[in-house]
Design a protein around this ligand. Structure first.
Ligand code: ATP
Ligand code: MG
Ligand code: MG
Length: 880
C-alpha cells in the first residue's frame, strides 16, 4: 500500500463542513483483497488497536466497523479507521473519515477530518496516514510489532494550540466569529476585513506596547506603581552585587531576588536572609535584579480584561506530602504522572522540576523520605510554569482589591493584565500605602500577556471562561466580526459577475476586496496576481483590514482540492452549470460538477441570499438539495426568460427576481415590475446581442441589492461599468482597418456558443474568422464538443495551441479540433499555426472587409499587445 499524495482542505469542503485531508492511496498488493480473505486479520488488528471496537462506521453504532472488518471490507477503508484510531491515541480528537474510490482499481481517496485549529502545513496527518498504512500492511503480514506513537504525540502536542489559545478560539466560534490561526503559533486572526482583530495569546492588537514594556521591566513597574501610591514591597534594582547586598542590609531579611526582566518565575529566589544566599540568587538571576522585601501572605493572581476583573486565583507552589515510605523523588514522579501535567504551556498544568536549593533549605534531598503528612515544597514560586496549582477565588475577591487591580492595569495603560498580589486574604481590603511605612501586603508585579490556564482549569473551584472575556473585549455588543461577503461560482461568467458586483458595491460606499481568475484587488488596486479563485486568495481578502466587503470568485479547482476559504457567506451566486472540466479530479458528469458548486449555495448563511440562474436547469435543481436548505435562505432568481415556471411560481409567492423582458432589465417582486434600465444601455451587452452578458449583469445587480445597495445607485453604477477597462478579454471589441476584432476567453462549449451567438447577431452569418485555442487539460469529448460548436458557426478557422499543453503533446489539441471540425463541416477552411501571433495574423489575412476576427486566447495581455501593435483601436461599445 502506498500514499501517493495528500492535500489539505482548509475550510468547509464537499465532504465535510470542517477541515480535512484527502489522501490518495494505492493499495497495490492489497488491491482486490478483502479483510475476510486474510485469515485472522480482524483479530490481529483488534489486538493492536482495541479501540476500533468502538468505531461506528455505516451501521451507526459501536461495533459497526468490527462487523465490516469480519464480514470483509477493503483495505483503504481499514486504513481510514486505523488512522482515526491512531489520531485518538495521540490525543488528536477527530472522528470523521470516509473512503471513496478514486476511479481506478486499487486507488482510493481517504478523507480524514483534521482539528479545526491544526495548521494546514502540519505534517501530523501525513505521518498518521503513513503509520496507519504501515500498520495495516504489517498486520496483514502477521508481524504487527510495537506501536511507537510517542514522537508523533509529542509533535501533535507541540503544534496544537495551547489551552489559552484554545479557549479564545472556542469562545470566538461560539459567537460565530471566524477565527484563523497562523500556522502553529498562538497568533489568531478573529473576524474579517475592517472588523478583523488580532490576538496573540492574551495580547490583542489593542494592548499597549508601552504597557507591555513597563510590565516587562520590574523596576519601571515599581516606579510607576509606587509613585502612584500603589502598595508594593519595599526594595529596588541592583546591577552589582554590592548594590544587592546594600539593599539586603537596608531591608533586612527575608528578601526576594528576581531578574529585572524575568518571566514565568524563572530564577526567582525567595526567603533569602544572608549575603551568601543573596549572592547566589544574584548570580543565578543574571546580575540585573530586583531585591525586595518578601511580603507574607498568600499568592493571588487577578485577571483584568477591558476594565473588568474577570477571574482571580490563588496559586500554591508545587509541593508533595510525605507518606513516610516513599522518597521525595518518587513522590515527584507520581505528581508528574498526572496527565494534566505537560511540558511548558501545552497542558493545563506544568511538570515539576524540584529546585535543589529549595529542598536543601527544608533539609531534604531527592532520596530523603519525608515523614507522613509532612509538606515538602519543590519550588518556591507560585507560577504555573514552575508546577504550581491554582484555586479559583473569583467569588471571594473584595471590591477594594478589584478596584486596586483595575487601577494598576489603567496605570500601565494595559487592556488585559494579570496582577500578582501577596495578601493575607483576597477577601479583605489591602491597606493603602502609607508614607514612611513599608507595605505589608500589596502588588508584586503586573503581567502583560498573562497566562490563562490557572483560570481555565483550576485544580479547585470553578473554571472561568476568560477566553470569552477576551473575545467580548475585542468584539463588543455581540458583533460577529464579519463583513458582507459574496461568493460567485458557476461554469462561465464568474469573473465578470464578480467584477460587476464589486463595482456596484464600491458605489455603495464599501471598500471591496475582490478575488478573480486574474488577481486579488483591494479597493480597485491589484495587490496580488494569480489565479485567485481558491481559499488562500479568499483569506487574503478576508484578512485585510482595509476591506469592508468581499466578493470572491470561487472556482471548481479550489472548491474541490482545497475547500472553501470561508465558513459562511451572505450571498452565493450561481451563474450556470454546464460541461467543463469533466474527467478532471474525479468529476465524470455535469451532475458531479453541480455537486461541487452546490457547496457555495450550502455555505450561504441562514437568512442570506441565493442568487440563482433560472434559465439553467442544473442551477434550478440546487434549491431541492437538502444540504442547500433553501428554505432558510432568501432566493432571488435572475434570467432572460420571464416565463420560466420556477420564476413565475416564485413571484406568485411574493418572491423577487431580476429579469430581462421586452427590452428592459427589471426587478420583479410579487406582481410588481420595476423597470430599471434598457437592455440596450447595458455595457458590454452590445445592445442585447450578448444575452450572456445581460444575464451576468442581472446576477451582479441581484447580489449587490441583496447586500443593501440602493436601486438607483445600482442602476447608475451598472451604466458606468466599462468592460473594456474593468473586464477586458471577455467580449472586447476592437477595430483594425475595415475588420472588427472580438477578443474572448471562451473555453468550453457553452461559452463558445454564447460568444458565437453574439458574433452571429452582430455581423450576420459567415462573417467570422476564428483564431482558436483550447486548454489541453480538457477531456477529448469536451474538446470535440467545442470543435463542433465552432464548426456550426464559422467556416474559416486558424487553430493554434496553448503555450502550456497541459499534459498533451504540443499540437495534439489543434489536431484534434481540426479533425472534429472537418468531420462536422467538410467545406471548412482550417489552418494550423504555432502560437497566437501567427494565428491572429493569419486570421486577419483570411478576413474580408466588414468581417470579424474572433480571437480566443490563453493569455490576454500578449494578445492585446500584439493587436495594438498591428494598429487595432477600441471600437465604440454599442455598435461594431
Ligand atoms: P473561468 O472559469 O476561466 O474563471 P469565468 O467563469 O470567470 O471563467 P468569465 O471570465 O467571466 O468567466 O468569462 C469567460 C468567458 O465565458 C467569456 O469570455 C464568455 O465567452 C463566456 N461567458 C461569460 N459569461 C457567460 C454566461 N453567463 N454564459 C455563457 N458564457 C459566458
Ligand atoms: Mg473555467
Ligand atoms: Mg474567472
Amino acid at each position: 500500500m502506498k500514499i501517493e499524495s495528500l492535500r489539505h482542505l482548509r475550510g468547509p469542503n464537499v465532504y465535510l463542513s470542517r477541515p480535512a485531508v484527502v489522501a490518495r492511496v494505492r493499495l497495490e498488493e492489497l488491491a482486490g483483497v478483502e479483510t475476510s480473505d486474510v485469515t485472522g486479520f480482524a483479530e490481529r488488528l483488534l489486538r493492536v488497536l482495541p479501540g476500533l471496537a468502538e468505531h461506528h462506521c455505516a451501521a451507526g453504532a459501536p461495533g459497526g466497523f468490527v462487523s465490516r472488518l469480519r464480514g470483509g471490507t477493503y483495505f483503504g477503508h481499514v486504513t481510514e479507521h486505523v488512522c482515526l484510531e491512531l489520531s485518538q491515541l495521540i490525543g488528536r480528537d477527530v472522528s470523521f473519515g470516509r473512503t471513496v474510490s478514486a476511479g481506478e482499481p486499487g486507488g482510493y481517496d481517504l478523507i480524514i477530518e483534521c482539528p479545526v485549529d491544526e495548521s494546514p502545513g502540519s505534517s501530523v496527518p501525513c505521518e498518521l496516514l503513513e503509520t496507519a498504512a504501515g500498520l495495516v500492511t504489517a498486520v496483514v503480514d502477521g508481524r504487527p510489532g510495537e506501536l511507537a506513537l510517542d514522537d508523533l504525540a509529542a509533535r501533535a502536542e507541540r503544534e496544537a494550540a495551547g489551552p489559552s489559545t484554545r479557549a479564545i478560539i472556542a469562545a470566538a466560534r461560539r459567537r460565530g466569529i471566524p477565527v484563523e490561526r497562523y500556522d502553529d503559533l498562538s497568533l489568531l486572526r478573529l473576524g474579517w476585513g475592517n472588523r478583523r482583530r488580532l490576538a496573540w495569546a492574551a495580547m490583542t492588537d489593542q494592548t499597549s506596547g508601552v504597557g507591555i514594556d513597563i510590565a516587562g521591566d520590574k523596576q519601571v513597574t515599581r516606579r510607576v506603581l509606587t509613585e502612584a501610591g500603589v502598595p508594593m514591597p519595599a526594595g529596588g534594582a541592583a546591577r552589582t552585587l554590592d548594590e544587592a547586598l546594600r539593599l539586603l542590609g537596608e531591608l533586612g531579611g527575608p528578601v526576594v531576588v528576581k531578574p529585572r526582566h524575568g518571566r514565568h518565575g524563572e530564577h526567582v529566589a525567595l526567603h533569602l536572609n544572608t549575603p551568601d544566599q543573596v549572592e547566589q540568587a544574584f548570580r543565578a538571576a543574571g546580575a540585573d535584579v530586583i531585591v525586595e522585601r518578601e511580603l507574607g501572605g498568600r499568592d493571588y493572581r487577578v485577571l483584568v480584561v477591558a476594565g473588568e476583573v474577570v477571574a482571580a486565583a490563588e496559586r500554591i507552589a508545587a509541593h508533595v506530602v510525605g507518606d513516610g515510605s516513599r522518597t521525595v523523588a518518587e513522590l515527584v514522579e507520581e505528581l508528574n504522572a498526572d496527565p494534566r501535567r505537560g511540558t511548558g504551556h501545552s497542558r493545563v498544568l506544568t511538570r515539576v522540576e524540584p529546585v535543589p536549593s529549595v529542598l536543601e533549605r527544608q533539609g531534604y534531598k531527592g532520596e530523603s523520605v519525608p515523614a507522613y503528612g509532612k509538606k515538602v515544597w519543590l519550588c518556591s514560586t507560585g507560577n504555573l510554569s514552575t508546577g504550581a496549582t491554582s484555586h479559583d477565588v473569583t467569588d471571594l475577591i473584595h471590591p477594594e482589591v478589584s478596584r486596586l487591580c483595575l487601577r494598576v492595569t489603567a496605570l500601565l495603560g494595559l487592556d488585559i493584565a494579570g496582577i500578582d498580589l501577596r495578601l493575607p486574604g483576597i477577601d479583605a481590603p489591602v491597606p493603602p500605602a502609607q508614607s514612611g511605612t513599608e507595605a505589608a501586603a500589596g502588588v508584586i508585579e503586573v503581567n502583560a500577556v498573562p497566562g490563562l490556564r490557572m483560570h481555565l482549569a483550576p485544580v479547585e473551584g470553578r473554571p472561568r471562561d476568560v477566553g470569552d472575556a477576551i473575545v467580548r473585549a475585542m468584539f463588543p455588543a455581540g458583533s460577529d466580526g464579519r463583513i458582507p461577503t459574496v461568493a460567485v461560482t458557476g461554469t462561465n461568467g464568474k469573473t465578470t459577475v464578480a467584477r460587476i458586483t464589486a463595482h456596484l458595491l464600491a458605489g455603495h460606499g464599501l471598500r471591496v476586496g475582490l478575488t478573480t481568475t486574474d488577481d486579488v484587488r483591494i479597493d480597485g488596486r491589484v495587490i496580488f496576481r494569480a489565479d485567485a479563485t481558491g481559499p488562500r486568495s479568499a483569506q487574503m481578502v478576508l484578512g485585510d483590514p482595509g476591506v469592508s466587503a468581499a466578493v470572491l470568485e470561487t472556482a471548481r479547482g479550489g472548491l474541490l482540492n482545497r475547500g472553501l476559504g470561508y465558513d459562511w457567506s451572505d450571498v452565493g451566486v450561481l451563474t450556470n452549470i454546464t460541461a467543463d472540466h469533466l474527467g478532471q479530479d474525479g468529476l465524470a458528469t455535469v451532475e458531479d460538477l453541480a455537486h461541487v458548486k452546490a457547496l457555495v449555495a450550502e455555505r450561504v448563511r441562514d437568512g442570506g441570499t441565493l442568487v440563482l440562474n433560472a434559465d439553467d436547469p442544473w442551477v434550478r435543481t440546487l434549491i431541492g438539495r437538502p444540504r442547500v436548505r433553501a428554505d432558510r435562505k432568501r432566493v432571488v432568481w435572475f434570467g432572460l426568460d420571464a416565463g420560466q415556471p420556477v420564476v413565475v411560481e416564485h413571484l406568485a409567492r411574493g418572491g423577487t427576481a431580476y429579469l430581462a423582458d421586452d427590452g428592459w432589465v427589471l426587478q420583479a417582486t410579487g406582481a410588481r415590475r420595476t423597470p430599471l434600465l434598457r437592455v440596450a444601455e447595458l455595457p458590454g451587452a452590445y445592445g442585447g446581442a450578448a444575452p450572456h452578458v445581460v444575464a451576468n449583469t442581472l446576477a451582479a445587480m441581484a447580489a449587490a441589492r441583496a447586500l443593501g445597495a440602493g436601486q438607483d445607485e445600482v442602476c447608475r453604477r451598472v451604466a458606468e461599468f466599462d468592460p473594456a477597462v474593468a473586464n477586458p478579454g471577455r467580449g472586447t471589441l476592437l477595430r483594425l482597418g475595415d475588420v472588427s476584432v472580438f477578443v474572448d476567453y471562451a473555453h468550453n462549449p457553452a461559452a463558445l456558443a454564447a460568444t458565437l451567438r453574439t458574433v452571429h447577431r452582430l455581423w450576420g452569418p459567415d462573417r467570422c474568422v476564428a483564431a482558436l485555442t483550447l486548454p489541453g487539460d480538457r477531456r477529448d469529448d469536451l474538446l470535440a464538443a467545442c470543435a463542433q460548436v465552432v464548426a456550426d458557426a464559422v467556416s474559416r478557422v486558424v487553430l493554434y495551441d496553448d503555450e502550456d499543453p497541459r499534459g498533451r503533446t504540443p499540437s495534439e489539441v489543434s489536431e484534434l479540433v481540426e479533425r472534429e471540425m472537418r468531420a462536422r463541416r467538410p467545406k471548412l477552411t482550417a489552418l494550423r499555426v504555432s502560437g497566437f501571433a501567427d494565428a491572429v495574423v493569419e486570421a486577419l489575412r483570411l478576413a474580408r472587409p466588414g468581417d470579424v476576427v474572433l480571437v480566443i486566447y490563453e493569455k490576454l495581455a500578449p494578445v492585446l499587445a500584439l493587436l495594438e501593435e498591428l494598429g487595432a483601436v477600441p471600437a465604440p461599445p454599442a455598435r461594431p
